[in-house]
Ligand binder design. Structure first.
Ligand code: ADP
Ligand code: 5GP
Length: 208
């Protein structure tokens, strides 16, 4: 039987580069599966339903909540965002490492439900660079950028609840760092109980 995959949550201030890092990580390695969230926010230019998000109306989203189809959900700057359960379960049992790119309230809920989850926080090199990236992306109005910067200030309060912090300065190096963190997580002893049992039994057998 294939080893079950690891659940990884990636959070970080809007504009820190989470989406860019995930795209590159999935390009380079094939052991990852990226969960596609449901949201009530409007699609940005270039976003497709079912690829970046499942775009839902508020009543549709609330129906998903009622039917317990979401592992977690949260409100972020006036919209709902949530993680559909079925895909995550399926990929983990296939042995893929599943990545959720979600904000902090959702991240903490996932960690509470599944304590073996790895929480990873992506930081920009500085607050100034963050604002420049948000402006440079050109997908939000000035108002939305201001509320996202404000939200970043609130999210910074919860950063120490994360297992790892990575700084997204040079993209390629950051992607490699994320990959190495996940590889090391696979080596943790609590994730390798079967291996421990096996060698213990072999030793008992040989020492008889
Ligand atoms: P997030 O998903 O965290 O909101 P994005 O991935 O959309 O952030 O990145 C925000 C902007 O910053 C995008 O325009 C992206 O091209 C740019 N960006 C991301 N990573 C880097 C980096 N390492 N160096 C320079 N620009 C970056
Ligand atoms: P954006 O509107 O920029 O795509 O996302 C806004 C925020 O919502 C980001 O911090 C993103 O990580 C978060 N987010 C995306 N999907 C989910 C989700 O399923 N659950 C939660 N809790 N947050 C999400």
């Amino acid at each position: 039987m294939k080893e079950r995959g690891i659940l990884i949550v990636v959070s970080g201030f809007s504009g820190a580069g989470k989406g860019t890092i995930m795209k590159e990580l999935l390009n380079r390695y094939d052991n990852y599966a990226l969960s596609v969230s449901a949201t009530t926010r409007n699609p940005r230019e270039g976003e497709a339903d079912g690829r970046e998000y499942f775009f839902k109306t508020v009543p549709e989203f609330e129906k998903m909540i009622a039917k317990e189809e979401l592992i977690e959900y949260a409100r972020y700057v006036n919209n709902y965002y949530g993680t559909p359960r079925a895909y995550v379960e399926e990929k983990l049992s296939e042995g893929r490492d599943v990545i959720l790119e979600i904000e902090i309230q959702g991240a903490l809920k996932v960690k509470e439900k599944f304590p073996e989850t790895v929480l990873l926080f992506v930081m920009p090199p500085s607050a100034k660079v963050l604002k420049e990236r948000l402006i440079g992306r050109g997908t939000e109005t000035e108002d939305v950028i201001l509320s996202r910067m404000k939200r970043a200030g609130e999210e910074a309060e919860g950063m120490d609840r994360y297992d790892y912090l990575v700084i997204n300065d040079e993209l390629s190096a950051c992607v490699e760092e994320v990959h190495q963190i996940i590889r090391s997580e696979h080596k943790k002893s609590f994730r390798n109980r079967e291996l421990i049992e096996k060698i213990r039994e072999e030793l008992i057998e040989l020492n008889r």
